[in-house]
Write a protein that binds this ligand. Sequence first.
Ligand code: COA
Length: 225
Amino acid sequence: MDFSFDINKLFREEITLIDNRLQPCRQHGIDRYGFQQLQKMLYEVVDKMGDASAKAQGLHGSITTGKKLELANHHLYLMIDGSGNDGKGSALGILKVGRKKLFVYDSLKVQHELDPLCILDFYVHESRQRMGCGRRLFDFMLSKENIRVEHLAIDRPSPKFLSFLKKHYGLDSTIPQVNNFVIFQNFFSNRNDGRGRRNITPGGFADQVSPKRPSSGKVILLLPI
Ligand code: COA
């Protein structure tokens, strides 16, 4: 996606992590007004890429805008081709992730309360799809967030995204959920973010970490002596 301004002034690398401060990269000798102008451009790039993503997914409104990013504790990875648009740079893709509190079922249908890292938006510009940009963006995010792909929860993945996950990461077999999020086998294996995790078993509510049901149905009664 091309813009009337030089986006290389905003992004120095092929992939940039943008957080809720929405700060363009540091420029030498820039005054407050100059900084505000750059920030305005940054919002425009994020908003336009968010719009294009929503359109590509057939959504009514954008999931990703500068304003929404400001208000949430999400990370947006933005990919550019610095040489595109006659050297002014082109925006190629976005990938938004963030933690959400979710109730998720494991394969034994036991529900867990977790705050996994979720894929919230993912888009590569139509002119660059199926050329490996999505893979580069996704791998960059996995490494920055220090997370394994099977530990992610994905908000309403499109058929293209499901095909992407199967092709590049061998993710195929899902664990059925009742919400819009999709998780895959091994989601519960070797997690290191189980803080405050609780199981909500069909028979009640138990504070505990293991995703497994108790192996036996034995009940231990404590009687007064
Ligand atoms: N139809 C089916 N699968 C597609 C596809 C399409 N039009 N475009 C990409 N894929 C999947 C395929 O598995 C493909 O491998 P193949 O070409 O051998 O079939 C693989 O992705 C290509 O990987 P890569 O080039 O790294 O991905 P990408 O740069 O095309 O980015 C998406 C992948 C999903 C981000 C991109 O297709 C896109 O933006 N789609 C529209 C928006 C969307 O659906 N986003 C997901 C939100 S839930």
